[in-house]
Design a protein around this ligand. Structure first.
Ligand SMILES: NC(=O)c1ccc[n+]([C@@H]2O[C@H](COP(=O)([O-])OP(=O)(O)OC[C@H]3O[C@@H](n4cnc5c(N)ncnc54)[C@H](OP(=O)(O)O)[C@@H]3O)[C@@H](O)[C@H]2O)c1
Length: 273
C-alpha cells in the first residue's frame, strides 16, 4: 500500500466514506490509520465495529489527527464544515473533496494555509470496488497530493485525471452514468422477458453481459467498434439488433443525456463560484 505511515480521515461518514474506508482496508491499509467524524455518533460506532477504524468526536479533532482529510459531506454542508475546520488545516496535509459540483476555489477560500486540495468526482460503483473517479489538482496541490488521491481512489476502482473545467463533463458522464446504465439494464431485462425469458434469467444475462462487455473493452484496450464487429456476422442476429438501435437513435440519445447532465452540473457549480 503506497500510503504507508499516513493517516487518512473522512469528514462525514456516509455512503462514500464507508466505500473508501472499506476499499482501503480490503487493499491492505491498516484500519488503525483510518479515522472518521460525523454528526451521528452511532454511525461512527457502527463503522468502528464493522471496519475497526478510529471514531473522532469532532470535525476539528479529525483535521488535527490526520495527514489526509477526505471531505465527504453533502455539497450544501461543505461551507458550514469548512467554516468550522478551515483554520486547522496545515500545509503538508492533503484535503480531498468528493463533494459534487463544489469548485476548488470555493474550498480554498476557507483555508488559512496553502493546503494541497484535490477535487475528486467518484461514482456509486465505488461501493463495490468498481468506481470510476476523475480528479483534478487545486492551486497548491503538488505531485505528492495527487499521488495520495490516486492511491485512495484506486483502492475502489479506476482513476483518471482532468482539468477542473472538465469536472462538469465527468459529472455528466461517469458521475451520473450509473443511472443511465441501470436504465439500460432494466430495459434489457424487460426485453428478455418480452422474448420469453423469466425475469430472473433475463436480469442475470443482461447484467453479466454489461459487465462482461465493459471488462473486455478495458482489459483488451480494443476500440469498442472493433469488439462490436467481432459479434456481428453478415445477415446475422446482432446486426438486426444494431439496426433497431440506430433507428431508435441510441447514440444520439446517450450523447444528449451526457450533455444535458453536464449543463446541469455547470449550472449548479456556477452558484458556488
Ligand atoms: N454516494 C456517491 O456515490 C457519491 C458519488 C459522487 C460524489 N459523492 C459526494 O460525496 C459526498 C458524500 O456523499 P454520501 O452519499 O456519502 O452522503 P451521505 O451518505 O449523506 O454522507 C454524509 C454524512 O455526513 C454527515 N454530516 C452532515 N453534516 C455533517 C457535519 N456538519 N459534520 C460531519 N458530518 C456531517 C451526514 O449526516 P446526515 O445524513 O444527517 O446529513 C452523513 O452521515 C457528497 O458531497 C456527494 O456529492 C457521492
Amino acid at each position: 500500500m503506497p500510503l504507508n505511515g499516513l493517516k487518512i480521515g473522512c469528514l462525514g461518514a456516509g455512503a462514500m466514506a464507508e466505500a473508501l474506508l472499506s476499499g482501503l482496508i480490503k487493499s491492505g491499509f491498516p484500519p488503525d490509520y483510518l479515522y472518521a467524524s460525523d454528526i451521528h455518533q452511532q454511525r461512527l460506532a457502527f463503522l468502528q465495529k464493522k471496519l475497526g477504524i478510529n471514531p473522532e468526536q469532532s470535525n476539528q479533532g479529525l483535521v488535527k489527527a490526520v495527514n489526509i482529510v477526505v471531505l465527504a459531506v453533502k455539497p450544501q454542508i461543505v461551507g458550514q464544515v469548512l467554516e468550522e475546520t478551515g483554520e486547522f488545516f496545515c500545509s503538508g496535509q492533503t484535503l480531498i473533496s468528493v463533494a459534487a459540483a463544489v469548485p476548488v476555489k470555493y474550498i480554498e477560500k476557507f483555508l488559512k494555509e496553502p493546503v494541497g486540495v484535490v477535487r475528486v468526482m467518484p461514482n456509486t460503483p465505488c461501493l463495490v470496488g468498481a468506481g470510476a473517479s476523475a480528479l483534478c489538482a487545486g492551486t497548491y496541490a503538488g505531485e505528492e497530493d495527487l499521488r495520495r488521491a490516486r492511491a485512495i481512489f484506486s483502492a475502489v476502482g479506476r482513476v483518471a485525471e482532468v482539468n477542473e473545467e472538465l469536472m462538469d463533463a465527468v459529472t455528466g458522464l461517469s458521475g451520473s452514468g450509473p443511472a443511465y446504465m441501470f436504465m439500460i439494464l432494466d430495459a434489457l431485462t424487460d426485453a428478455g422477458l418480452r422474448a420469453g425469458l423469466s425475469r430472473e434469467v433475463a436480469f442475470l444475462l443482461s447484467a453479466q453481459t454489461m459487465l462482461g462487455a465493459a471488462k473486455m473493452a478495458l482489459e483488451s484496450g480494443e476500440h469498442p467498434a472493433r469488439l462490436k464487429n467481432l459479434v456481428t456476422t453478415p445477415a446475422g442476429t446482432a446486426i438486426e439488433g444494431i439496426f433497431a438501435l440506430e433507428e431508435g437513435g441510441l447514440r444520439r440519445t446517450l450523447m444528449k443525456a451526457v450533455s444535458e447532465a453536464t449543463r446541469r452540473s455547470s449550472e449548479i457549480s456556477a452558484r458556488l463560484k
